[in-house]
Design a protein around this ligand. Structure first.
Ligand code: NAD
Length: 420
């Protein structure tokens, strides 16, 4: 494919789909990987992540041929548009990419570029690994108990964008339909109303939960917890739970066991190689994540619950500067940190690039480069636990050495060289 607004690196090869059915990729040793540095602090954390990921690739005998693509402010400056078609096509064609944060204006202006990108790639699973790194200051007593991977559904729920504004003809049409055709009386108060629709499909639920089950089995995890509010929302959130158990039975046989089976048939002694499937009500789960942290492992949940839950869990292990993420679809992935563009710190070479670097680590893992991924994690942990940190962590610890974004990236690269 040729592009006007993207330069294709000459020293790399494209990642291709090896198996249409499973989504498995064929990854060369020098893959072309599109990168969006992003808006605001993206200009600081983007290059820092690139430097660290290059070092990890090199230390494991590989290389990354970066393909700079543009979105947000950088695309407006260069091409006068927010999201050039070439950016989307390059990411689609090359299958695995990484992006920094993009600014979204509240209430007006253009719709979120992040949402647009995830939608175009049909990246239906937002995966947020939430684990503790030694040395990171935390607001809880035992942050090391946290080691969860949260799978948040990315395309449905009240986030699907099916909603109508108060005072419009459309919303009154929906109100009339609900009241007159569906017979829902005395629920919607008189006067202006905004209405949204919450679609939860069997297809969307099962493909998300399948990703979580497969991940748990491949990575020797103990359990997958389906988090829902099915006691109140019976036909959406309870359906998600039911489809999860149905999928476990239909496709996984003895590899997956329910919590009841664990106790009734195995006296609580989990057989080797199995994953326990359990479910919890969302509000209870927000307590349990604090009080019984180490009883939870892989989590699968819908869009809104997942948004709240992953930020709450992320706070326990050090918050926004640390929390990584990756959006995964069928043979496609887009890694991105959880944090936004924090415009007031943009270009100051000050903020913490850990979240972007660890998102890159998830990307390496998705490529199947587990050795390089582990090296990144170990080098980041080694750097932070030796007291070398950026300002956000430095102000929360005693002593330590306050480093700029670029100096912190240099220190991680040094540790990669030492550890490899
Ligand atoms: P934000 O994450 O940008 O910043 C909130 C605060 O968190 C910052 O002021 C800063 O104190 C801290 N912070 C964030 N990242 C940090 C880092 N790497 N190191 C140190 N401290 C860090 O959230 P916001 O202010 O609500 O959003 C700003 C913009 O970012 C908005 O336009 C929003 O829409 C966008 N946003 C984008 C994404 C994305 O691209 N995926 C995600 C969230 C927000």
């Amino acid at each position: 494919m040729s592009y006007d607004k993207v330069e294709v690196p000459e020293d790399g090869e494209a990642i291709t789909l090896a198996d249409e059915e499973t989504g498995e990729l064929d990854v060369p040793e020098n893959p072309i990987i599109p990168i969006i540095h992003g808006d605001g602090i993206g200009t600081d954390v983007g290059p820092a992540a690139q430097q660290v990921l290059d070092a990890a690739a090199e230390a494991t005998g590989r290389s990354i041929a970066w393909m700079r693509v543009y979105a947000g402010a950088s695309a407006r400056d260069k091409y006068g548009e927010n999201l050039p078609e070439d950016t989307v096509s390059a990411i689609r064609e090359h299958r695995v990419a990484i992006k920094g944060p993009l600014t979204t204006p509240v209430g007006s202006g253009f719709r979120s570029l992040n949402v647009a990108l995830r939608k175009t790639l049909d990246a239906y699973a937002n995966v947020r690994p939430t684990y503790y790194l030694d040395g990171v200051p935390s607001p809880v007593k035992a942050p090391e108990k946290m080691d969860m991977v949260i799978f948040r559904e990315n395309t449905e729920d009240v986030y699907a964008g099916i909603e109508w504004e108060a005072g419009t003809d459309e919303v009154e049409t929906v109100r009339a339909f609900v009241e007159d055709e569906m017979g829902v009386d005395d629920v919607i108060h008189d006067g202006p109303v905004g209405i949204g629709i919450k679609p939860i499909t069997e297809f969307g639920s099962k493909r998300l939960i399948r990703e979580a089950f497969d991940y748990a089995l491949e990575n020797d995890r103990d359990s997958v917890t389906l988090v829902h509010k099915g006691n109140i929302m019976k036909f959406t959130e309870a359906a998600f739970r039911d489809w999860g158990y149905e999928l476990a039975e239909e496709e996984y046989g003895d590899e997956l066991i329910t919590e009841d089976e664990l106790w009734d048939e195995h006296d609580g002694d989990q057989p080797e190689g199995t994953v326990v499937v359990k479910d919890r009500i969302a509000d209870n789960m927000l307590q349990q994540v604090l009080t019984r942290t180490d009883e939870y492992d892989v989590i699968a949940t819908m869009n809104l619950n997942g948004d709240y839950f992953s930020d709450a869990a992320g706070a326990q292990i050090g918050g926004l500067g640390i929390a990584p993420g990756i959006n995964r679809g069928h043979g496609r992935a887009l890694a991105e940190p959880v944090h936004g563009s924090a415009p007031k710190y943009a270009g100051e070479d000050k903020v913490n690039p850990t979240a972007m670097i660890l998102s890159g680590r998830e990307m390496l893992d998705y490529l199947g480069w587990k050795d390089a991924a582990d090296l990144v994690r170990d080098a980041v942990e080694e750097t932070i636990s030796s007291g070398k940190v950026t300002y956000d962590l430095h102000r929360q610890i005693d002593g330590g050495e306050k480093l700029a974004t670029s100096e912190f990236a240099d220190a991680i690269v040094e540790n990669i060289e030492k550890l490899s």
